[in-house]
Ligand binder design. Structure first.
Ligand SMILES: [Zn+2]
Length: 887
């Protein structure tokens, strides 16, 4: 046996020797392939980057990096390959000498093995990288109020190598030492603590301390004439960086306190101190994300963190959720990092789930799980019911496609699935499992299997099958409940059959292991709740006592299950009668959600839903429920009903929204949500004239009218070609000369209903390198106003033709926003046919882009189906739900 295996091994080496060189050649292809990552992970250890960057130039950062690493992999470890696609590589040295035979191909830098040693190596590179408003690793924002420039990096998922030569993969963590040379009046922040700074009379140099090991995508700095605000809370010193022109508006104390509160709570929960020493955050202007979790230097979206008008509860809870999300990332993502971006969900799912847990613990009265339901479930279901959905774990061959892995599946489904897991194993096992996982993989990397292993061990339960169902399998079950055991009279329900089925064939036929709660609530009786373990297609639940019919049978009380919950016809009838008297706002939120799911399944007429909104919502007391339902109502009104139905329904809904907006007995958030919805749907000449007149007043019955709402009104009037709209746009542009005002004017211009304007905007999306990506994103909805679909239909196919360009040139969330905007602008069968035709004629569209396209196309297809089913019905008569159970 021994001899034979030696012989076989020798043959294997001989057979592979020539192939090895060419396979190393293939690692030089664009992007960071999984093969390259695997090659390097086996050879490179103990990485350190000593990075010096001069950002005193306007469009170019000049830099020098010393890369230290230990080279393993034995005597034939081969060449070292780094990633670099910056502007220029000016010089390269290996272990103190110029490198003969160095290859730099615009994607990678290959240092031949002869220039390297076993063990410790030092590489030195001089390079240049781009600084630009968009499309560069260093973003420059010009503040039009005071003429100042601000710089910040955004390197996720694989743009560190657009800044400097590095091993740009998450499992080669490095200690980073930053030195930054800036104009003299600037300040700067980076991952490490500031050690010192010096001034040569013209420029200032900031030297930051070495960090603990962090992944390259987490490296960050910001530089500019930032104002700083420092507070010390319970011994923790936190500095906030904010641009000068907005510093007085920022709620410094509460923002710093909320970050500190999150850190303190998680230290207790994880039983592990904050891992990175100092903690600061930056309110980054024109930031394309909500936040980014750079260890020690978190960036938040300035626009959503500094309110320009009194915020609604939904806005404030959204800001808290973002803070808690980024704070949770310091442990989940930063301390323990996914080995590869196929496990992106590990960090994103956890950050969002922990944010909700934290909110629930810190402020029980806020009903955090209602917020969690409203924020997470609809987007998750929206994607997971489509043909383009993916598993939570998403295969990824190259980091240049990692952007496609971002979306509702990792941000919204993953936390929802974790809620189901927590419910299955219980809070204590869940927490102990997380503690063990963090302890085992601190400052290193892990996979989802490591996580389930840790939680499974803590729970004394094998989670392999659970993982296969929820992590590896795409799609979502539909959960339904029907009465089975009736009492002899037929007037009450004694038992309920809870069933599950996959939404689509792509999920396979096997049942999911579902742990849920059934709520049965009959006319005139107290509600009954029962836990349900559903491991097969159906389970029969006997109620402790019969409930009268018609009854609400809701199989996901508490929202523990991850499933689309559809109501049977009896439950719809009950809901329509009792929605106003259900005193649990969380349950009301879910019932409104289930009714909406029936609309989207073309089983409940959108006109009927709108009539229900018009009747029930004015009495709704929960601000978040009001805001969520009105968003859906606006969608139904602008897209799901026919023109005739809209003409018939719109005046009544406008009247209701106006009445509630002016009702001073109602809370601010409810009134503001109604005003916002009115601006979104206004269409009758009388209401448009009323909005126009509002621009001349300072308030709406006591609600001050500030620029964001003024701009929304102006954009609505431009979009609907109201008389004098262009004059109003010009006047508002003069009135608000801030950067945000310019952005809003750009967005309002995108809504202009002329072919010439559409052509100009569409060209700028691609050709204008000065156009900030955040501006482009913000304008996509206005460009694609549903009422202008005849004007935008010609751009549908060009928008699809540009997907590869967008994937290369735009940041992670742009592609989905682009597709959603162009596809949801359309409601016609002709538009749906063009999308189908595009899919047919592009069989070689990369799988990730095809998935994204199918995800966004689903809403268009549903819209067409809903209109086909109900568009001919009279708006008021369109009635009963077609919610009888299908087999
Ligand atoms: Zn995140």
């Amino acid at each position: 046996m021994l001899l034979l295996s030696v012989l076989l091994a020798a043959q294997a080496v001989a057979a592979h020797a020539p192939a090895a060189a060419s396979s190393v050649d293939s690692l030089m292809a664009p992007g960071v392939s999984r093969s390259l990552a695997t090659y390097r992970a086996a050879r490179v250890r103990d990485v350190r980057y000593d990075l010096t960057l001069d950002v005193t130039g306007r469009d170019t950062a000049r830099g020098h990096v010393t890369v230290r690493f230990a080279r393993g992999g034995g005597p034939n470890a081969g060449d070292a390959i780094l990633d670099f696609r910056g502007l220029a590589l000016d010089s390269a040295r290996a272990n103190g000498r110029p490198v003969a035979g160095l290859v730099a191909n615009g994607a990678h830098v290959r240092v031949p093995a002869v220039a390297l040693r076993d063990g410790e190596n030092t590489l030195d590179f001089r390079f240049a990288a781009a600084v630009a408003p968009a499309g560069a690793s260093v973003i420059r924002l010009h503040d039009t109020v005071d003429g100042a420039d601000y710089l910040y990096t955004l390197l996720v998922p694989a743009d560190a190598n657009a800044l400097f030569p590095c091993f740009d993969q998450p499992d080669l963590k490095a200690r980073v030492t930053f030195t930054l040379r800036t104009p003299r009046a600037w300040t700067a922040v980076a991952n490490g603590a500031l050690r010192d700074s010096s001034d040569d009379g013209r420029t200032r140099t900031f030297r930051f301390a070495e960090t603990r090991p962090i992944s390259t995508y987490l490296i960050a700095f910001a530089a500019g004439p930032w104002q700083t605000r420092t507070r010390t809370i319970d011994g923790r010193r936190i500095t906030m960086y904010v641009r000068a022109s907005r510093a007085t508006e920022a709620e410094t104390d509460s923002l710093i306190a909320e970050n500190a509160r999150g850190l303190a709570w998680l230290e207790r929960y994880f039983d592990r101190p904050y891992p990175f020493g100092k903690y600061d955050f930056v309110l980054a202007p024109a930031f394309p994300f909500g936040g980014m979790e750079h260890p020690g230097a978190v960036f938040y979206n300035e626009e959503t963190f500094i309110y320009r008008e009194r915020p609604t509860l939904t806005q404030r809870l959204g800001r808290s959720a973002t803070i808690y999300h980024e704070v949770a990332h310091q442990w989940f993502g930063d301390l323990v990092t996914m080995q590869w971006f196929d496990d992106l969900w590990l960090k994103e799912g956890f950050a969002s789930y922990m944010a909700a847990k934290m909110q629930d613990a810190l402020d029980p009265a806020s009903m955090a799980w209602k917020t969690f339901y409203l924020r997470n479930k609809p987007p998750a279901y929206g994607v997971d019911v489509t043909e383009g959905t993916t598993p939570v774990w998403q295969a990824l061959a190259n980091l240049d496609q990692a952007k496609s892995n971002y979306g509702a599946i990792v941000y919204n489904k993953a936390p929802a699935v974790l809620k189901q897991l927590d419910y299955l194993v219980g809070d204590t096992a869940f927490r102990d499992g997380l503690r063990a996982y963090l302890a085992e993989h601190a400052f290193a990397n892990a996979t989802w299997r490591d996580l389930l292993q840790a939680i499974g061990t803590a729970a004394g339960r094998d989670l392999t099958a659970w993982g296969s169902s929820y992590v590896l399998r795409p799609g979502i079950p539909v959960l339904e409940a029907t009465a089975t055991g009736e009492t002899p009279s037929g007037t009450s329900v004694a038992a309920v059959r809870v069933t599950q089925r996959p939404t689509r064939a792509l999920s396979g036929r096997a049942p999911w292991p579902i742990r849920t709660e059934l709520l049965a609530w009959g006319d005139g009786s107290e509600p009954v709740r029962r836990r349900v373990a559903l491991d097969s297609a159906s389970a029969t639940v006997r109620l402790p006592r019969p409930v009268a019919r018609p009854a609400l049978l809701f199989p996901n009380a508490g929202d523990y299950a991850y499933a689309v919950t559809l109501l049977d016809s009896g439950s719809v009838a009950w809901t329509e009668r009792h929605l106003g008297v259900v005193d649990d706002a969380f349950l009301r939120a879910m019932l409104w959600g289930s009714l909406w799911d029936l609309v989207r399944e073309a089983r409940l007429a959108p006109a009927h839903y709108l009539a229900l909104v018009n009747r029930e919502l004015p009495a709704e007391q929960d601000e978040q429920v009001v805001s969520a339902v009105l968003t859906r109502a606006a969608r139904a009104m602008s897209r799901y009903v026919s023109d005739a139905q809209r003409d018939s329904l719109l005046p009544a809904l406008e009247g209701t929204l106006l009445r509630v907006a002016y009702d001073t007995s109602r809370g601010y958030g409810i009134r503001k949500s109604n005003l916002d919805a009115l601006v979104a749907i206004a269409g009758t000449p009388a209401t448009l004239a009323r909005l126009d007149a509002l621009l001349d007043s300072a308030d709406v019955a006591g609600i001050p009218l500030r620029p964001p709402t003024r701009w929304a009104i102006v954009a609505a009037l431009v979009e609907r070609a109201a008389p004098g709209a262009e004059r109003l746009l010009a006047a508002e542009t003069r009135r608000d000369s801030t950067t945000e005002g310019q952005r809003r004017a750009f967005v309002a211009g995108a809504a202009r209903p002329t072919a010439e304007s559409k052509a100009r905007y569409f060209r700028r999306y691609f050709a204008d390198s000065t156009l900030n990506e955040d501006w482009a994103t913000a304008s996509l909805g206005a460009f694609n106003a549903p009422a202008q679909q005849r004007l935008t239909l010609p751009y549908l196919v060009p928008a699809l033709d540009s997907l590869r360009w967008i994937q290369r040139n735009r940041r992670i969330f742009f592609l989905g926003a682009w597709l959603d905007a162009f596809l949801t602008a359309q409601t016609s069968p002709a538009a749906a046919a063009r999308v189908d035709e595009f899919l047919r004629t592009h069989p070689r569209l990369p799988a990730d882009l095809r998935s994204k396209l199918l995800q966004s196309a689903d809403e268009l297809r549903r819209t067409v189906a809903i209109r086909r089913a109900y568009a001919r019905e009279d708006g008021h008569a369109a009635g009963a739900a077609r919610s009888d159970r299908r087999d």
